[in-house]
Design a protein around this ligand. Structure first.
Ligand code: NAD
Length: 238
């Protein structure tokens, strides 16, 4: 932990790349830990990659939204120490961007301003026909499949399996990663591509991985911390 503090103190420009593990301390389960969402998905009889695919959304919207509303939406969740610490680093002028695979909006809720949401956000929803915008509250208030006044199905602005990432978000993320001298990767299994591959754009000298379980990139990290990320970064809030 002392080494982690020293690296962060010495850094001039930090970029953060994170995933679902960042929000477990806020009560949102991740996908690949033992109590992760995948366990619940078994109840539907299809693997999560199928359930959360664009084809499944189009073919079985009722089942998609049943799962989505029950297992991916946590309106009561609050930012935890990790989100707050990263927002603090940005305010202090040390962090240039949070690049996240999360769709829960908790970085913004913590005060982070430059957030590259690689996989979109549950807070934005659009009609697939007329493109009208709907808030999360609006689609949660609709029974079953959320439907627009025009008759079109409303789709969350969440990148589903089989869909591409938003180019402008990826470009922004790559630019931020290239600018940084220090990269912190945390709360991600680094199993989902292309997000996990963004580490390859890092040209700085210090790569820090903070993750409960080992990741495929641990060996190339300058420092690996196998702790809860909220605990590991909490010194930034003191
Ligand atoms: P993942 O579930 O594959 O991996 C999460 C990783 O975080 C695991 O390796 C786990 O050991 C680690 N972890 C869990 N709690 C931690 C903690 N407190 N501190 C440090 N590490 C912790 O998640 P992923 O790599 O982000 O990939 C899953 C995909 O699912 C992403 O594409 C993401 O969009 C989506 N997802 C998002 C949310 C969310 O928005 N909160 C939740 C579930 C899944």
């Amino acid at each position: 932990m002392k080494t982690l503090q020293t690296y962060i103190e010495q850094a001039k420009t930090i970029v953060f790349l994170g995933g679902a593990g960042l929000s477990t301390e806020s009560g949102i389960p991740d996908f690949r830990s033992s109590d992760g969402v995948f366990k619940a998905v078994r109840a539907y009889g299809v693997p999560p990659e199928t359930l959360l695919s664009i084809d499944f959304f189009e073919d079985y919207p009722e089942i998609f939204f049943d799962y989505y509303k029950k297992f991916l939406i946590y309106p009561g969740a609050k930012p935890n120490k990790a989100h707050l610490a990263l927002a603090e680093l940005e305010r202090a002028g040390k962090l240039n961007a949070v690049v996240t695979q999360n769709i829960d909006g908790l970085h913004q809720a913590a005060g982070s301003r430059h957030v590259c949401e690689l996989h979109g956000s549950v807070y934005r929803n659009h009609c697939t026909k007329c493109r009208r915008f709907y808030s999360l509250d609006q689609i949660m208030a609709m029974q079953g499949v959320p439907t627009c006044e025009c008759g079109g199905i409303i789709k969350p602005d969440v990148v589903l399996y089989g869909e591409g990432l938003d180019n402008s978000v990826v470009t922004d993320a790559i630019r931020s990663i290239r600018e940084a001298d220090t990269m912190i990767v945390g709360g991600t299994s680094l199993a989902v591509y292309p997000a996990a591959g963004l580490i390859d754009y890092f040209r700085g000298k210090t790569l820090i991985v903070i993750n409960l379980s080992p990741t495929p990139r641990d060996r190339e990290a300058t420092l690996c911390v196998h702790e809860k990320i909220g605990e590991a970064l909490s010194f930034l809030l003191d």
